[in-house]
Design a binder for this molecule. Structure first.
Ligand code: HEM
Length: 424
């Protein structure tokens, strides 16, 4: 027996030796140590990773500190897994467009849900947490059908305009009473999302009938997961953005006034803005983009390396969690005129023309960019431009200020008074 000789040693000596052996085993064999040629970062201990260094701190604070101390490729460990935070916009673009970075790591929310949906048989279901060929086929199917329905295009515009008009009529009926804006927006979004999801569900069910008896992605487990994903991905993101849109514009009366002046000059007050008016409304368009830049709903998008790869000269092992630092790209002083303030000038040139900034990435970038982006862009534009054409808003009570340290930002919870704007 290999350890027989230990039996001949006095009791305390064998305990110390056993302890030493276990310690060495932990140091050299247990997962979680810094891999060779891995980007710089927090100390990574076996098993616990960097938990001792980040414990108790809010996520956005951890990420900002990490970038400040270790730069644009900064690493840490969470239990046995290496994590890489990518913060420079050019690197973000390069790395998150690469096919090796398109996986998602296991996420407790989707993994648990998937096991529950499939009686414990499947962890890889749906689009948000899905991986591999199945995810790719499903994503293509979702994108194709959203496009065919006209989401993000003029065919679905009347549906959004109808919901916005109903919301504005409801606001008008409040006759100057304080309105809890979040509730109004949530109602609007759930009606909207039901329409989108309902149309998509009927297409998926038809596809399931075509594939009866075959092994394909068109089965009941995928159906439930993908419908769930569409709701989960579309609801909170859009409703928080719209709630914050009204809040930020109302909080800056000079900006609110300029938006309204432009809407009056270009459209008057008799007809509602349509998506095709966006190019003729540069200040309004810039303000709406600024809402999403400044609010920055998602701090980081989470991916993982599907194979061993090399980025910026570093070796990144398969399974490394890759964090796309959306917040860093959208506040980089090299890329924005006034990154720390709410300022539509961030999207305007000296002639007052709207200019695209490629570092505007609230929907992510690359292989896994938001599947609902065209739809969301249209919703945000129509909602905010219609509301500010018809009302002037003032904030009258704030229960919770906007300030979220977590990955998904929480909007301010507030009440507003809407002053109707009479016809010109
Ligand atoms: C203002 C609104 C929205 C924002 C800010 C937003 C943002 C995001 C972000 C940052 C991601 C992660 C991208 C990545 O991992 O690289 C994402 C993914 C996703 N979003 Fe959105 N989103 C919004 C609205 C929507 C809507 C309305 C839908 C559906 C109709 C939707 C469906 C999805 C789906 C399915 C994914 C997962 C894509 C994949 O993993 O392949 N999103 N979104």
């Amino acid at each position: 027996m290999a350890l027989e000789w230990m039996g001949k040693m006095p009791g305390w000596e064998s305990i110390v030796l056993l302890g030493l052996l276990l310690f060495l085993l932990l140091i050299f064999v247990a997962p979680g140590r810094r891999p060779p040629n891995f980007p710089p970062g927090l100390p990574m201990w076996p098993v616990i990773g960097s938990m001792l260094h980040i414990q108790g701190l809010p996520l956005r604070t951890v990420l900002r500190n990490l970038r400040k101390e270790y730069g644009n490729m900064a690493s840490f460990g969470v239990f046995g897994t290496g994590v890489l935070l990518v913060s420079d916009f050019s690197l973000i673009k390069e790395i998150f467009s690469h096919k090796a970075s398109r996986d998602r790591p296991p996420m407790s929310f989707t993994t648990t849900r998937n096991y529950l949906l499939s009686d414990g048989q499947e962890s890889n279901l749906g689009i948000i947490g899905g991986n591999g060929d199945k995810w790719q086929e499903l994503r293509r199917f979702v994108l194709r059908h959203l496009r065919d329905f006209g989401f993000g295009k003029t065919t679905c515009e009347p549906m959004i305009t109808k919901e916005v008009t109903e919301l504005m009529d409801h606001i008008q009926q409040q006759k100057g009473q304080p309105i809890p804006m979040m509730e109004e927006v949530d109602n609007f979004i759930s009606n909207e999302d039901c329409d989108v999801t309902h149309s998509f569900a009927s297409i998926f069910l038809k596809e399931m009938q075509r594939h009866v008896g075959e092994k394909s992605i068109f089965n009941m487990h995928e159906f439930t997961a993908v419908i769930f994903d569409m709701f989960a991905a579309g609801m909170d993101t859009t409703s928080s953005t719209l709630t914050m849109g009204v809040y930020l514009i109302a909080k800056h009366p000079a900006i609110q006034q300029k938006v309204q002046q432009e809407l009056d000059e270009v459209l008057g007050r008799d007809r509602l803005p349509s998506y095709s008016d966006a190019d003729a409304l540069p200040y309004t368009l810039a303000t709406i983009h600024e809402v999403q830049r400044y609010f920055c709903f998602t701090a980081v998008a989470t991916h993982s390396a599907s194979e061993d790869c090399k980025f910026a000269g570093y070796d990144i092992p398969k399974g490394t969690v890759l964090l796309e630092n959306i917040e860093a790209a959208m506040t980089d002083p090299k890329l924005w005129k006034n990154p720390q303030e709410f300022d539509p000038e961030n999207f305007l040139n000296a002639d007052g023309k709207y200019v695209k900034n490629p570092a505007f990435i609230p929907y992510g970038i690359g292989t896994r960019v938001c599947a609902g982006e065209p739809q969301a862009r249209m919703q945000v534009f129509l909602f905010l431009s219609c509301l500010f054409q018809r009302f002037t808003f003032s904030i009258v009570g704030e229960e919770i200020l906007f300030n979220s340290p977590t990955n998904f930002n929480a909007p301010a919870i507030y009440s507003t008074v809407a002053h109707p704007r009479p016809p010109l």
